[in-house]
Ligand binder design. Structure first.
Ligand code: SF4
Ligand code: SF4
Length: 470
């Protein structure tokens, strides 16, 4: 039996107390003191003990995130001196896209390497903007995919980054006449990059590169961020070069398996030169996810590029426009454009920006992506709070601007990716799909609120009376 791809996880506790959701308000003056049934000792998560240690060490007055809000202390205190409230700091975490609960989930996954279980079912809104208006059809589970979830069958999460030939030609003696291009497969539809909007330094790049190597995936890097420390990981790095940099960075191109060229006029000529010099290199063309992206993708599909990489903003929105479309609509537009010109099977599509959860990876693939990149999520795995201090040149509250233990940080990133891979396998299993490549563009396994509203709710309830999505 061939070896299965499996990500080994190891618990990696946070270095700092994460900002917790709940805070306890304790009316101390009402404490009976001698009731001898103090609920503080009964907290199964030891929150009060940890709080005392935390305070006595004179650490920052942050609320601990481990309170599970079970309400035991509130219900069982003989004098009812406790009440639970939302930590005011929690409300300031993240932004409208990278919400506080997402950060909590990502922290948990990086800590434990497991899928967070909420226990009491889904309590979120029925529908929301972005990926929240798209649901995966989880009713297609079949015996092999159910067993795939439990590891008794394969569910393959591999994707290719190399170009494909769709038709083979043979010589008269039945030898292969078609030039088969170099093949590059990665075990997950997930690559790494850091967003220029936040902190990029060697302290975080090194563990990311280490994790990319261990996981068998790849990481995008700009030449100015490359340090000698990263050279052992060259095979897992994708240098992102402009047209002019490509001519000056030959050693970087030589040492990598994949190179990304920023789209620019005449980029096809640079691509042909690199292809001629290094026929085995995988060439990616990077470009903004804007209005021109669908048409440009159709042109570049004929240029011989292996993969097209589209950059949305950090919230997954189209760039360079006042009325941006979200990633899912943009992926669909590009995917369908390539289908219409008969090029989709030959080339791969990769999308960056706004991938905040494992389900976003699966939903992006359903829309038509081959793979996506994790960016802010990787920094969040290293305890980033998205406070934006680094943008203002102020020191980082979780010290990501200082040297950190690379093996601990690598461990946290691996844990996060392991949790995402488990979720992808669960989703694919429930959708009855055993190959990530088969999921690509498979919109039949999803439901879109906009379509349901138009086809079902509209005829029943008429025109929408309050503004909503779209
Ligand atoms: S609510 Fe539950 S978990 Fe939180 S402090 Fe009270 S007893 Fe502990
Ligand atoms: S915690 Fe704040 S300062 Fe540190 S990396 Fe994240 S956004 Fe930047």
């Amino acid at each position: 039996m061939p070896q299965k791809y499996h990500i080994h996880t190891k618990t990696a506790p946070p270095r700092f107390h994460p900002v917790g959701k709940y805070a306890t308000v304790e009316f101390h003056e009402n404490c009976a003191g001698s009731c001898r049934q103090c609920v503080k000792k009964r907290c199964v998560y030891n929150i009060f003990k940890e709080n005392v240690l935390h305070t006595s060490a004179m650490q920052e007055p942050e609320y601990l995130y481990t309170c599970m809000s079970c309400f035991r202390c509130i219900q069982e205190c003989t004098k009812g001196i406790f009440s639970r409230t939302i930590n005011p700091d929690y409300r300031t975490l993240g932004d409208e896209y990278w919400r506080a609960e997402n950060l909590h989930r990502l922290w948990y996954q990086a800590h434990m390497g497991k899928i967070p279980v909420s226990g009491a079912g889904y309590r979120g809104p029925f529908v929301g903007p972005g990926f929240d208006s798209m649901w995966t059809d989880m009713s297609e589970i079949v015996r092999p995919t159910r067993d795939g979830i439990h590891g008794r069958e394969y569910i393959n999460t591999c994707v290719e980054l190399s170009r494909r030939v769709t038709q083979l030609e043979f010589n008269a003696d039945m030898t292969l006449a078609t030039q088969v291009p170099a093949l590059l497969e990665i075990p997950l539809p997930l690559l790494f990059r850091l967003s220029p909007q936040l902190l990029i330094n060697e302290h975080v790049l090194l563990p990311m590169a280490m994790a990319a190597k261990q996981l068998g995936t790849l990481m995008f890097i700009h030449p100015q961020d490359l340090t000698p420390q990263l050279s052992p990981y060259a095979a897992n790095l994708i240098p992102c070069l402009s047209r002019d940099q490509a001519a000056q960075n030959d050693p970087m191109i030589r040492s990598s398996r994949v190179v990304e060229l920023a789209d620019a006029p005449g980029i096809e000529r640079v691509l042909s030169e690199i292809r001629a010099a290094y026929p085995d290199k995988i060439i990616v063309i990077g470009m903004p996810l804007d209005q021109k992206a669908p048409a440009r993708s159709a042109e570049l599909a004929l240029s011989g590029a292996d993969t097209l990489h589209f950059y949305a903003d950090d919230h997954g929105n189209e760039v360079n426009t006042a009325e941006p479309r979200f990633l899912k609509e943009m992926i669909r537009a590009i995917h369908l454009k390539l289908v219409s010109v008969g090029q989709r099977q030959k080339i791969n599509l990769l999308f960056s920006g706004g991938i905040a959860m494992a389900e976003h990876m699966a939903k992006a693939i359903i829309c038509g992506a081959d793979a996506v990149t994790a960016d802010h999520a990787l920094l969040i795995a290293l305890e980033c709070r998205l406070c934006g201090m680094c943008r203002k040149g102020i020191s980082c509250p979780v010290k990501l601007d200082e040297p950190l233990d690379a093996s601990w940080a690598c461990n946290r990133i691996i844990n996060l990716v392991a949790a995402w891979q488990s979720q992808l396998i669960e989703l694919m299993g429930a959708m009855g799909i055993r190959e990530a490549r088969r999921l690509r563009g498979e919109v039949g396994r999803s439901m879109w609120f906009e379509n349901l509203e138009k086809d079902h709710f509209g005829p029943l309830f008429g025109e929408r009376k309050v503004p909503g999505l779209g």
